[in-house]
Design a protein around this ligand. Structure first.
Ligand SMILES: [Zn+2]
Length: 339
């Protein structure tokens, strides 16, 4: 029988696991199961404590993991899981399978690392996504963390309002951003010194096409975009000096178009009003999530960028037979089964 109070043992287990956040897409955000596996087989009461702590986060690269968790490890309760970190290494088109989140009633955060070079939605529809990564998500999920998307087209985000409609906070990590002037994704360039952050309030701050793609997220209050920025541009922006209200415009467009003061005035006025102009000159009223309060841009100087997505993409795209490169690594297969 255990001689220490179980509460103390539980604290020790959580301390030993030292959960941390891995910034690099496609890498585990948890320590190895081996760290606690020995303790898990000492007695039943310790095993439950270990499993409970271990499965407060679930890391998965296999779409079956979420549905089969309690079938494959009978002692586990889906209600222990508060965070799920999913990794989509290869995307096989709209008919790809989804992670089933049914029964995860205490789930608070979902993270998706998207490592395929394609995007979840290739079609022209701007209303519904062709692919839904998650089904049956509980309303309690408040935060969605989405990383790794190579081409951040606005319609690549349509799936969020379909499968996680109740989120309050959207966190995006991306390499490029959508420019509302040339309608293409571009890397961010500023003149030195690169700003560390820009904060907008009152529903403003997203590229208009992103805001429109997310417009049905009725509970969304906060968006945080982490993005690398190079100091090779002409645009000078910082938190106190941002008169043209930068929201993703590429440096090439700014260099080319901002020399015309009348254009800049009209464009900034349209931005403030949420209006975008199509190539044929037609103007359309954009929409944004109704409860959006703040949009924060967090810039990581490119030279100090701690993670390098290109290596993850190359690993996938240069593999030839992709199946042989898929690492079916996840928490369920790690856990030692005991009778
Ligand atoms: Zn542009």
């Amino acid at each position: 029988m255990p001689s220490l109070p179980l509460e103390l043992v539980s604290e020790i287990i959580y301390e030993a696991l030292e959960f941390s956040t891995s910034d690099t897409p496609g890498t585990r955000s948890k320590p190895r199961w081996e760290l606690v596996s020995s303790l898990s087989v000492t007695c039943k009461s310790y095993r439950i404590l270990v499993l409970k702590a271990w499965f407060c986060r679930l890391y998965t690269e296999d779409h079956d993991d979420t549905a089969q968790l309690t079938e494959r490890i009978l002692q586990v309760d889906k209600n222990w899981v508060k965070q799920i970190h999913c990794v989509q290494r290869v995307f096989r088109g709209p008919r790809s399978r989804s992670w089933n989140l049914q029964g995860y009633e205490r789930l608070e955060l979902v993270r998706l690392d998207w490592l395929d070079v394609s995007i979840p939605h290739q079609g022209s529809s701007f209303e519904r996504s062709e692919y839904i990564p998650f089904i049956n998500a509980p309303d309690k999920v408040a935060t969605f963390d989405f990383r790794g998307l190579r081409w951040p087209y606005p319609n690549a985000y349509l799936f969020i309002q379909q499968c996680l409609p109740s989120i309050k906070h959207l966190v995006l990590y991306q390499q490029e951003v959508w420019c509302g002037l040339c309608f293409t994704p571009s890397e961010v360039e500023f003149a030195e010194p690169i700003p560390t952050r820009l904060l907008y309030e009152g529903g403003f701050g997203l590229p208009i096409h992103y805001a429109t793609a997310l417009k049905s997220l009725e509970q969304l209050e906060q968006v945080t975009i982490h993005i690398p920025a190079a100091g090779t541009g002409l645009t000078s922006v910082n938190e106190t000096c941002n008169e043209n209200m930068w929201i993703g415009e590429c440096d090439a467009c700014i260099k080319f178009l901002y020399t015309d003061c009348s254009f800049v005035d009209a464009y900034v006025a349209r931005k403030r009003g949420g209006i975008f102009r199509l190539a044929d000159g037609t103007e359309k009223q954009g929409l944004h999530p109704p409860r959006l309060k703040s949009v924060e841009w967090v810039f990581v100087p490119l030279t100090a960028h701690e993670y390098d997505l290109s290596s993850a993409w190359e690993e996938v795209s240069e593999g030839g037979d992709l199946d042989s490169n898929i690492s079916l690594e996840g928490d369920i297969s790690d856990v030692t089964l005991v009778s």
